[in-house]
Design a protein around this ligand. Sequence first.
Ligand code: 1GP
Length: 246
Amino acid sequence: MLLSDIQQNIANGRKMFALLIDPDKQNEADLLRLTEKINLPTGPDIVLVGGSLLFSNINDTVATLKRNTQKPVVLFPGNAMQVSDKADGILLLSLISGRNPEFLIGQHVLAAPALAKSGIEILPTGYMLIGEENYTSVRYISNTNPIPYNKTDIAVATALAGQMLGLKMLYLEGGSGAAKPVSTNVIESVRRAVSLPLIVGGGLRSAADVETALKAGADIVVVGTSIESNYALVDEIGRAVAGFGR
Ligand code: 1GP
């Protein structure tokens, strides 16, 4: 099971690397080239699939990945339409940094019947958007304000509330392609306050960025945008994460 594997890895002091694939950015041939990197020993532990807004059919991307890799394929849905019973699991994201009921519970209600039938593993995840950029897709599409970049106290209180509500993981999101990733101060403070697995992503562009987030206390780092134009980065990031015990 995915969640218990993640918890076990953390208990064993292992950090994890999740590669995010936006189905709109990779055609079938690209995906096949990318799966060669995914299948390397240094490849990601988890493959996430999703986006704020999709023109492509997420099912096709998940099916191609499932045919070509044994790595777990997990949905990272922008909305209730991004459900596929071919995936191994789903980050069921509640956007707890925002105050839009649609992304706190509304989309979940719409997706629940299909998810119940699918039998895929549900990973209830508190999703926290953090940063000051006005133009990230997730900010526009979710119609929510992020937690301001330096308001560590708000991030900590939000993370605590998510843990108290029974969510199983927390995702600190800087926004896809963000100029500045989530600050080390916020990661460290949230890490000290909660015991949940901590996912950090958004604007991580290099092995050095990933190392900074892991050192601050991230358990899982997510990299998407920078790999889209440079598949060799998969290996580089994988080695950096391995350096932390993997
Ligand atoms: C975005 O956290 C993920 O939702 C990954 O961000 O695309 O900036 O790597 P990047």
